[in-house]
Design a protein around this ligand. Structure first.
Ligand SMILES: Cc1cc2nc3c(=O)[nH]c(=O)nc-3n(C[C@H](O)[C@H](O)[C@H](O)COP(=O)(O)O)c2cc1C
Length: 360
């Protein structure tokens, strides 16, 4: 669950919130309702003469000086509640086995007790070679999160990079939310100069616009994860939490803004055009063909959150099966466009149709 507001700060309350952050997406439908990623409007061009053997297709990718076996990141999700230990344990085993990246959930809870720190650090124990990403909230930065605390979070998982997540929509709708974003950009700038690991800024499902991307690049961030709309809706999650809290204003806001955000394909295209730094596509990506489309649109890596959570919550076997299937789909798409590696896939031709073609 993206970082939440401070009060009430009791450990049990925080654990409960973190628990809800897993349980609600798993047991209720909080995916986009009427909007989509717009990836359905992207068509890769079939190559009837690929002139490669399927077996020769390989998915290695280099990103932020790290070698990945596939251009996939298990996007930032959880930690801070005992239930997260099992999920993070399985996700990190998959990250290590398949050579993927993995983001942890917002880590402030991990500073509260060693018991909670272990719900995150299990990932490093299981993935000694993995590219693991620490996570803090932009709103927490503006509220005065200290450099020393951030350093502790990084050390907790021996992180290879640090994500700052931007979640103004969630803060707006969360019953205990504090939508305070004044000064966040200058804090991001400060962090970029204070740490020597890469700083990645991500949304959590409402997308990054070209204007925001340019400001982030100027602030010195190493990469942007666009996390557009069309997948998990944090307005949806918080609307359901607001129902439990009987907060009618927040229920109304959550329903109205359920599908709010920049569709993933739109955000990816405009961010890719406007900045030079690497871009991670995420938000509603659900299979290997969609990963291939995002790479063709210019993404360096692709993140998926909910699909990995769903399979990790069932069993390690289910998670491995899903990962294998996704890799097969990606390699299948690469074969059919005649790309034997990710670099070639990034240069492959595509057409844009429907609503996406109308976007200026
Ligand atoms: C259960 C769950 C918890 C999440 N918690 C965080 C978080 O703590 N920090 C963060 O940056 N993003 C968090 N996210 C957002 C994801 O990283 C991702 O940006 C978003 O869910 C869109 O991807 P998806 O449609 O594949 O789920 C979470 C997503 C899910 C499903």
């Amino acid at each position: 669950m993206p970082d939440e507001s401070d009060s009430p700060s009791d450990i049990e309350v925080i654990k409960q919130r973190k628990r809800e952050g897993i349980v609600i997406p798993l047991t209720r439908n909080v995916q986009a309702k009427e909007s989509s990623t717009y990836l359905e409007y992207v068509k890769l061009i079939h190559n009837a003469l690929p002139e490669i053997d399927f077996d020769a297709v390989e998915t290695n990718q280099k990103f932020l000086s790290h070698h990945f076996k596939a251009p996939i990141i298990i996007d930032s999700m959880t930690g801070g509640t005992p239930e997260a230990t099992k999920i993070n344990s399985r996700l990190s085993l998959a990250a290590e086995k398949f050579g993927l990246g993995m983001g942890l959930g917002s880590q402030r809870a991990g500073l509260l007790s060693s018991e909670l720190a272990e719900t995150y650090s299990i990932a490093r124990s299981n993935a000694p070679n993995g590219f693991l990403v620490a996570n803090i909230g932009g709103a927490q930065l503006s509220k005065g999160l200290k450099i020393k605390e951030i350093r502790n979070m990084i050390e907790m998982i021996e992180a290879d990079a640090l994500v700052v997540h931007l979640n103004p929509l969630q803060e707006l709708i969360q019953p205990e939310g504090e939508p305070k974003y004044k000064g966040v950009l200058s804090k991001i700038k400060e962090i970029c100069t204070n740490f020597d690991i890469p700083i990645i800024v991500k949304e959590v499902g409402a997308g990054i616009s070209m204007e925001v991307a340019k400001r982030l690049q100027s602030a010195g961030v190493s990469a942007i994860n666009i996390a557009g709309s069309g997948g998990t809706s944090w307005a949806g999650v918080e609307k359901l939490r607001a129902e439990t809290a009987h907060d009618s204003n927040k229920i109304n806001l959550g329903e109205l803004f359920w599908d709010w955000g920049i569709p993933t394909a739109v955000s990816l295209i405009e961010v890719r055009k406007s900045v030079k730094i690497p871009v991670i596509a995420s938000g509603g990506i659900r299979n290997g063909l969609e990963i291939a489309k995002c790479i063709a649109l210019g993404a360096n890596m692709c993140g998926m959150a909910f699909p990995f959570l769903r399979h990790a919550s069932k069993s390690l076997e289910s998670l491995y099966e899903f990962t294998n299937r996704t890799l097969l789909e990606l390699r299948g798409a690469m074969f059919l466009v005649g790309s034997k590696n990710i670099n070639e896939l990034g240069k492959s031709r595509f057409i844009v149709t429907g609503e996406l073609a109308k976007v200026k």
